[in-house]
Design a protein around this ligand. Structure first.
Ligand code: G4P
Length: 535
């Protein structure tokens, strides 16, 4: 074997070992609890309570203080890596609060699959629907975990229908619950055809579970009662008839979601979820760039930045850029090509996130996330390569929903304000749109909370103060047209309603859905887009 093929085989082995995914849910469905239980399996934590929830559930005014405190936690938990069953698992954390949804959307661009947690009592909630839309944009494979079976939840068959309808995805249960709430008896594994009985217990790893081999086992009616035993047999028959065989290809193409039931709090149904996940979920795959598809096992390194986090120490302005490795092997102290800036860049102390500690990393493989210290060179969406000139796709800005005009209230500090707002928007906290050659600044966000955060951080980290004035816009749309002249004319005629985004692309602000539809009718040659990336 030549050295190259040996290296190639090693790279292929490393890729095959990796599983990079995010757990998503509406707040309170149990994402933190499930993450914690998965980490218990990996042995990276020993007791429950070690993973801190990143949710913020108080009133908006006191929230930003809480966010400051939580920024520390969220650096540590942004990526959690552990080994289990011969695999290296990278869980990418996503913020719980809806005002930070855009951060979640971006993180979803860096994963290969998703576990979606649904509360069995509440069903599919609003934020889940939006997160699924983002998954669908990239055909991300999704596994559903229906949580809190120990609570008096909805009928599981009804839940299947709700998920199919609200999330526009076909489902295939792989486990099935025996009753629920106080009468929750256990979960039947439809693939292995055996039943695990439920014994409440919050921290153990299932040594207290009882296994029943099949539905004919005489212990079944003895353990769960005649009624539940009969019901289970009927349910299983119905499911097998209604859903057919599990089609892994349909899962991998994002068309079919396997469904698991359990109780994260009681660590029940979590092992089935984890083991099936490792069996069926995709290893890092090829990804699209603006010029070609890049296979994960190409020998040359490439990756992209999907998140930037300001350093907590305001005296040291450096930031941490989270980069997903997409192909080849990332090596410390190597010169890489920063495609957007057209220059070489080297990282002396990149770190990995094994066992939720930060460790300096010498090499990383596709699927891994590396933390890079950045002095302002990197932006979200930047691609690093080994010399090749391409940019990874699929890291768009999404249309914000709340808009406010930013006014400087301390003329002595305008430089600080300029720098601060540029850096904070580069972190992805909000989007900045510019009118009148920079004289008018419009900040767009997904929720109101970011305005408090921006004001607070501008003052504390940059010494700049500002005021926000609400604007009556509902959506921002990126504009294109096959006819450049028509686009220029449109931009000129709608000057008050158009601003430039960070890449100098024109964006139209619509006051309402009605307004947007009217413009679409009036200007059929202009295309209005809800994300900044379009083909
Ligand atoms: P999130 O990250 O999705 O926001 O949810 P998180 O895990 O923080 O869980 C939200 C609440 O639901 C927590 O209760 C948690 O204990 C509870 N929970 C999670 N899984 C289960 C389950 O399987 N069964 C039941 N009954 N409850 C579950 P909390 O009271 O908000 O917080 P805590 O004080 O218990 O930590």
């Amino acid at each position: 074997m030549t050295t190259t093929t040996k290296a190639g085989a090693e790279l292929a082995r490393e890729i095959e070992k990796r599983r990079t995914f995010a757990i998503i849910s509406h707040p309170d469905a149990g994402k933190t609890t499930l993450t914690e239980k998965l980490l218990l399996y990996g042995g990276s934590i020993r007791e429950a309570g070690a993973v801190k929830s990143n949710k913020i559930d108080r009133g908006a005014t006191s929230d930003f203080m809480e966010i400051e405190r939580q920024r520390g936690i969220s650096v540590a938990t942004s990526v959690m890596s552990f080994e289990y069953g011969g695999k290296i698992i990278n869980i990418l954390d996503t913020p719980g609060h809806k005002d930070f949804a855009e951060d979640t959307y971006r993180t979803l661009t860096a994963v290969d699959s998703v576990i979606l947690v649904v509360d069995s009592v509440k069903g599919v909630e609003e934020q889940t629907e939006r997160l699924m839309e983002v998954c669908r944009m990239r055909n991300t494979p999704v596994i559903v975990f229906i949580n809190k079976l120990d609570r008096e939840g909805r009928n599981p068959l009804e839940l299947m229908d709700i998920i199919e309808e609200k999330l526009s995805i076909s489902v295939r249960p792989l486990t099935w619950p025996v009753n629920r709430g106080d009468r929750f008896k256990g979960v039947y594994n439809l693939v292995e055809q055996n039943l695990y009985l439920f014994r409440p217990g919050k921290t153990s790893i299932e040594e207290d579970r009882i296994l029943i081999e099949n539905l004919e086992d005489p212990r079944l009616p003895k353990e769960v009662g005649e009624e539940d035993s009969t019901q289970l047999k009927e349910d299983v028959e119905l499911i097998e008839a209604a859903y057919g065989d599990f089609d892994r290809d349909a899962y991998l193409s994002g068309d079919l979601a396997p469904v698991f039931f359990g109780s994260a709090l009681n660590n029940f149904g979590v092992r089935e979820l984890l083991e099936t996940f490792l069996d069926i979920s995709p290893a890092p795959r090829a990804r699209e760039t603006d010029i070609r598809t890049v296979a994960a096992d190409e020998s040359k390194f490439s990756g992209f930045v999907f998140k930037i986090h300001a350093n907590l120490d305001p005296k040291h302005r450096n930031r941490i850029a989270f980069m997903r490795v997409c192909s080849g092997t990332f090596q410390r102290n190597t010169m890489f090509h920063h495609v957007r800036a057209g220059k070489s860049i080297r990282f002396n102390n990149p770190y990995s996130f094994m066992a939720s500690k930060k460790d300096v990393v010498d090499s990383a493989y596709p699927g891994d996330v590396v933390g890079l210290y950045d002095r302002g060179d990197l932006k979200i969406g930047d691609t690093l390569t080994t010399g090749e000139q391409f940019m990874y796709q699929g890291i768009p800005s999404f249309s914000p929903e709340v808009f406010q005009e930013l006014t400087n209230t301390d003329p002595m500090k305008s430089k600080q304000l300029e720098k601060g707002i540029r850096q904070l928007t580069e972190e992805g906290l909000a989007q900045l749109f510019i009118q009148d050659q920079g004289r008018r600044k419009i900040v767009g966000t997904v929720g109101n909370l970011q305005f408090d955060v921006i004001q607070y951080r501008l003052l504390n980290e940059y010494g700049a103060s500002c005021r926000f004035t609400p604007l009556n816009f509902a959506r921002a749309c990126w504009l294109t047209s096959p006819d450049r002249k028509k686009l220029d004319r449109f931009v000129e005629s709608q000057r008050r309603r158009i601003a430039m985004d960070k890449d100098e692309n024109p964006v139209y602000f619509a006051e309402s859905e009605w307004d947007l539809n009217y413009m679409r009718r009036e200007y059929p040659d202009i295309d209005f887009h809800f994300t900044s990336e379009f083909k």
